[in-house]
Design a protein around this ligand. Sequence first.
Ligand SMILES: [Zn+2]
Length: 407
Amino acid sequence: MILAHKIALDPNSAQALYFARASGVSRFAWNWALAEWKRQYAEFSEYKCGPRPSEMSLRKELNAIKADAFPWMGEVTKNAPQQAIKNLGVAFKNFFDGRAKYPKFKKKGVSGDSFRADGGTDKLHPNAVTVNGKRVKLPIIGWVKMREALRFQGNIKSATVSRVADRWFVSLTVEVDHTPPVRESQATGGVDLGIKTLATLSDGTSFEGPKALRKSLKKLRKLGRAVSRKVKGSANRRKAVARLAQHHARVASVRKDSLHKATTAIVQKFTVLGIEGLNVKGMMANGRLARAVADVGMFEFRRQLEYKAQMHGTRIVVASRWFPSSKTCFDCGDVHVGLTLADREWTCDGCGVVHDRDLNAAKNLMRFAASSAVTACGAKGADNIFADVVKPVAVKQESRRGINAYV
Ligand SMILES: [Zn+2]
């Protein structure tokens, strides 16, 4: 399986300058390819002939013209522009599959800069870059200091350098041999995700969201307003944007940390786990800040659960988003139609039991996982119309970017 480790870098000023330049090339290649894609697609739609644009054809096109048209691209690793166009291909695929919005042009900014920093792998060089303790050797630029050593053993498949607020990071993906351990205790559980309570488990355990988060959200809003009050293009606005980006990065890392603690505890506890499916389109439509942060958390939660489940040998059963986990009474099966989002507790009309909303949902997901566990690997149970995917851990699963874990 492929794992990724994101490590903060301590570049010297020449290296930081190179990072900024390579990110610029990467951004330029993305924007160039997106403009070309749009142009070629419009042409194709109008004349109904000729080639449709693809990331591969655009990469070939750029390679053919770059020495003459954009000679400065040669100053940085060739993988920077190549990977940017590959990423655009992924962005288009996500758009066509309904998972994301139409790709946008990238603006020069404080956050979001990144580029593929390695030279690729081949038979003679199974490692994309060399790592030695707390140092990584990148093509053209040489040795760069890392804040910590790489956590995984195995062949390094790629190195991506990115900027988060005012800091540079390298993300190293590593192919590691991994056989999930055989678990002695067999326990089936369910987990319900929420906004106020991060996660509620079917055995009654709950994980609170980080307290710092609410205060942070307030500050985030304040910093956002500060940006909008400043004059566009002014130095003060740039500073305000930088402060906002730094705070965003801090909020994200606080949240990620609490998610890591919860997801590790959950996969250690259960060998079969029921979770709810995510309503991707519904999430993207909602523009509210707290909600948006929680949504990002839910994707992250799911991502962490999936790769940790693989590492620990836990099987995850995903209920479709139509599965009525919250409003079905766990005790008698009665469906409480009038349940609203605001109801934290409700009384069942069928049997009179008073339910905690989240706990009842988690228990229903546990039962759902138990009933789906008997079906064949990967197949929908005949009587289980709500099963989205039944994931066997033995099968190698790779996310759409080919990375299982990202820590
Ligand atoms: Zn009931």
